[in-house]
Structures are given as structure tokens and as C-alpha cells.
Ligand binder design. Structure first.
Ligand SMILES: [Ca+2]
Ligand SMILES: [Ca+2]
Ligand SMILES: [Ca+2]
Ligand SMILES: [Zn+2]
Length: 357
């Protein structure tokens, strides 16, 4: 209980001890979210259009107070909604009906979602009917949706989320099966990546209603501890933190808490002095399996400068694009054509967001 000031040792006051144990608060990553649908603060969304010749055009999109902005009409949006948000309806299947899915073929690592059981770990197959050997239409739909959501959680990483077993691929191996997952519905062995046998286990119900639980167990396999909270004295309050707000739920906390579930930077269950950057841990494990020069993140999908901006997709009065911010430094540039006027704009999307459906 001693600290130094000017070389002298003095008794440490009680209040100083408490201060020394006070948890640090870290800011979340900066982002510009180009989405007027999530304007919870009521301040709208600002977009800067740059055409390269004239002064930048500032647009303020406020969903509550529509402006004179030139763009898709409500009718446009409604007519194209099915085009933009059509769920996945077609997929290849194995002979037993298991959907064959790959999010990033050729990636140096994979996340193997194993739905057909495993004898080595005595894990039953995933099934919603009495037939554990084949996959009916409903089971296929649920497997595809679970895969889609896991793909979104890991979209920024250089990894292929797949339902196909490939022996040679460095993989995180997760079983999803009837009766798997133990008393809590899911468990995993921390830091075991790459796996030569299953190291994460989830109950079948996770694939239909708690996909964030699947992502949580995969996080453990990649080396993540829980995101925890501590009081001012450094005493752990919660092993699992709950969502900060509806848009910030910690996958490694109460994974289903909040609406949007994310990788976090925070104090882990290891102790109050620990600071765990979930994405740094995962990308570090993947980087170790990449060729020299890799950083664990997926290759960029759009160039970063206005000069190399990619054209938007055009469908009627609607212009749109989707992509991934793989790194916190990433910028994806896309060009928008609007009433014979070609404008380019820089947009920062977020690969860190995941919308639960
Ligand atoms: Ca079945
Ligand atoms: Ca990108
Ligand atoms: Ca980019
Ligand atoms: Zn856990």
C-alpha cells in the first residue's frame, strides 16, 4: 500500500486505493453509419456528396422530417424491397438434404458448422423431426439462416463459414445437435483453434433462435474469455455483461442481450486489469494461418478512394450497395448517379454490426 511522489514513499490513502482500482472506460470505435433507419438519437444522418468538381453537397437525412433530397421514393423502396431483402431461397444440398454453404471459399481458415452429428464426441445430429439422417425443408431453412447469421458475425475475418468438412483446413469446429450444448445450451474449449475434433457444442435450438450463442462458443474456440464487469474496487460484478443499449450487445457477454450483438473491447473475465479486444484476438489466430503479409481480416471488397469508386447497383429509382468494413481503417468508395449528375461519395459502412432477425 505504498506509492511514490518525488521519490518519497508515503502511506497510500484509502481513497487512492479505490481510485487505482477504478475500471477504465474505453471509447467504442468511431463510425459513420449510413443508415437513416437507425436514427435513435433523433439527429438524422449526414452524408457528404463530392463530385470532384464542385463544392461538397451536404445532405441531412432525417426520417422524421423528410427533406427535398432527390432519391428513391417510398414507392421505389417498397417495390424493390423484395429485391434488396430477399432471403436466401436456393442452395445446393448433399444427398441427405444438408445444405452445402460456403461464405468465403478459398480462405485460409474455416468455421465448420457441423450439423450431421459426430461419433467421436457422441454428438447427435441436428434434427427437428424423428429422422436424424436427413434434412427436411424446414430444417434446411433453419440451417441456412443460422449459417447466414454466423457468416455476418465473422464477415470481417479471413475465414470461410461452411457446412462442409474439409480435413486439411485450419478450422474452428462447432457441433450443433440435438442434446448438445449441456445444461446451458452451449459450451466450448477456450483457445483450441485450430481444431482437429469438435471443440464447441450448441443445442439445436441455438440454430433456430439463438445464433448469437453459436458465435459466442466459436469466440471461445478462438481464445476469447467472457466480457465481464467490475465495480470500483475491482470486484467482478457480472461474469457476462449485458447489452449497453439495444445496438451494443456483447457476443462474449449475455450473447442474446440487446438487438445488435457485437465483438467488444472490454474487461474480460480474467481480471479487472485485463483488457480484451475480441476482434484482435480472433484476427490474430487467423493471421497465424495466413500467408505472410496477412492481418487476419478478409480482403477488402471496395477500393478506398473517390477516383476508384465503384458504381452503385441501380434498380428503378433505387441505387444501392452492400459491402463490408473489414478493418477499422477501411473506406469503401462507391459512385452514385442521380438525375444525370454523377456524384461520388465515401461511405463508411460497418462490418461490426449484426442485425438480429
Ligand atoms: Ca431430420
Ligand atoms: Ca471494405
Ligand atoms: Ca475499402
Ligand atoms: Zn461462454
Amino acid at each position: 500500500m505504498i506509492y511514490r511522489i518525488g521519490g518519497k514513499k508515503r502511506p497510500r490513502p484509502v481513497v487512492a486505493t479505490q481510485n487505482a482500482c477504478r475500471p477504465l472506460l474505453e471509447a467504442f470505435e468511431a463510425r459513420i453509419l449510413l443508415c437513416a433507419l437507425h436514427d435513435e438519437g433523433g439527429e438524422g444522418v449526414h452524408i457528404t456528396f463530392i463530385d470532384g468538381l464542385n463544392a461538397p453537397v451536404e445532405l441531412h437525412v432525417d426520417p422524421d422530417e423528410p427533406t427535398g433530397m432527390v432519391g428513391p421514393t417510398t414507392a421505389d423502396l417498397q417495390s424493390q424491397q423484395t429485391d434488396l431483402f430477399t432471403p436466401i431461397t436456393g442452395w445446393a444440398t448433399a444427398a441427405n438434404g444438408l445444405p452445402i454453404l460456403n461464405s468465403l471459399p478459398g480462405a485460409p481458415t474455416s468455421i465448420y458448422l457441423d450439423f450431421d452429428g459426430d461419433t467421436g464426441s457422441s454428438t447427435s445430429a441436428y434434427s427437428e423431426d424423428a429422422d436424424l439422417t436427413t434434412y427436411n425443408a424446414t430444417e434446411q431453412t433453419h440451417i441456412v439462416e443460422a449459417w447466414r447469421q454466423i457468416t455476418a458475425y465473422f464477415a470481417m475475418f479471413d475465414t470461410n463459414v461452411t457446412t462442409q468438412f474439409v480435413s486439411s483446413a485450419p478450422k474452428a469446429w462447432e457441433m450443433i445437435g440435438n442434446g448438445a450444448g449441456g445444461a446451458t445450451g452451449g459450451y466450448a474449449y477456450v483457445g483450441t483453434f485450430p481444431n482437429s475434433s469438435p471443440e464447441a457444442f450448441n443445442a439445436s435450438g441455438n440454430a433456430t433462435s439463438r445464433e448469437s450463442g453459436m458465435a459466442h462458443e466459436l469466440g471461445h474456440v478462438f481464445g476469447l474469455q467472457h466480457q465481464s464487469s467490475y465495480d470500483n474496487l475491482g470486484v467482478k460484478i457480472n461474469e457476462y455483461i449485458s447489452a449497453v443499449d439495444s445496438l451494443h450487445g456483447a457476443i462474449m457477454g449475455v450473447d442474446y442481450s440487446g438487438t445488435v450483438h457485437k465483438w467488444f473491447i472490454g474487461h474480460s473475465a480474467t481480471g479487472v486489469t485485463s483488457l480484451q479486444d475480441d476482434m484482435a484476438v480472433i484476427s490474430g489466430k487467423i493471421k497465424a494461418k495466413e500467408a505472410a503479409g496477412g492481418d487476419g481480416y478478409r480482403p477488402d471488397d471496395f477500393a478506398n478512394t473517390i477516383a476508384t469508386a465503384a458504381p452503385l447497383n441501380v434498380n428503378g429509382g433505387l441505387q444501392y450497395a452492400s459491402g463490408i468494413i473489414e478493418r477499422r481503417t477501411d473506406v469503401d468508395a462507391e459512385a452514385i448517379s442521380n438525375r444525370q449528375e454523377l456524384l461520388s461519395f465515401l461511405q463508411k459502412k460497418t462490418g461490426f454490426l449484426h442485425h438480429r432477425t
